[in-house]
Design a protein around this ligand. Structure first.
Ligand SMILES: [Zn+2]
Length: 157
C-alpha cells in the first residue's frame, strides 16, 4: 500500500509541472502528439488527453488494488478508467474478498519458488527451498530457515 501511494505521489509530482507548462504555453510545440505548429491544440483536446491519461493511471491503480483484494481486475480497470479518482476511492471502500489458495500452484500463477541456496532434506537428501516446511520429495517435515513470501502474503505454507 505504501508503494502504491509513492507511485501516485510521483505521478502527480511529475504530471503537475507538465500540465502547468502546457497551460502557460497556450500553444504547445509540434512534437507532442504530432500536432502541427500552425494547428495548435484546442483546450478541449488538451483536457481530453488529461482525462485519458488520468483514466489510465487510475485504471491501473484500481486493477492493482482489485488483484490484491480478490476483485475482478478488468472490471475495476474500467471503473478506474472512466471514473478516475472517485472510481478508485469507491474501490477502496469495497470489502476484501477471501482468496483461497488450493494445494499446489494456484490457477493462473506460473511462478514456482526457486532458490540458489537449496537445503538438503535430512531424511531423503532431496534439495528443497530454504523456506519450505515440507520436503518436496518425501513430504517429511523441515525446519524453514525463514518465512516465505507466500506466508507473509497470507498464503498457505
Ligand atoms: Zn525428503
Amino acid at each position: 500500500m505504501r508503494k502504491t501511494c509513492t507511485v501516485v505521489f510521483c505521478l502527480l509530482a511529475l504530471a503537475a509541472p507538465v500540465a502547468l507548462a502546457f497551460q502557460q504555453q497556450g500553444e504547445p510545440r509540434g512534437a507532442f502528439l504530432g500536432a502541427g505548429e500552425s494547428a495548435g491544440m484546442s483546450s478541449v483536446w488538451f483536457w481530453a488527453g488529461v482525462y485519458v491519461v488520468a483514466g489510465l493511471v487510475f485504471g491501473a491503480l484500481a486493477a492493482h488494488r482489485a488483484l490484491q483484494t480478490g476483485n475482478r481486475a478488468l472490471a475495476w480497470f474500467g471503473v478506474g478508467f472512466f471514473f478516475t479518482l472517485p472510481g478508485y476511492l469507491y474501490l477502496l471502500t469495497r470489502p476484501k474478498k477471501e482468496m483461497a489458495a488450493p494445494a499446489g500452484v494456484p490457477h493462473g500463477l506460473q511462478k514456482i519458488a526457486a532458490t540458489s541456496a537449496p537445503e538438503p532434506c535430512p531424511a531423503c537428501g532431496a534439495m528443497n527451498h530454504p523456506a519450505a516446511a515440507q520436503c518436496i520429495a518425501c513430504g517429511g517435515n523441515l525446519a524453514p530457515r525463514f518465512v516465505s513470501e507466500a506466508q507473509r502474503a497470507g498464503g498457505a505454507r
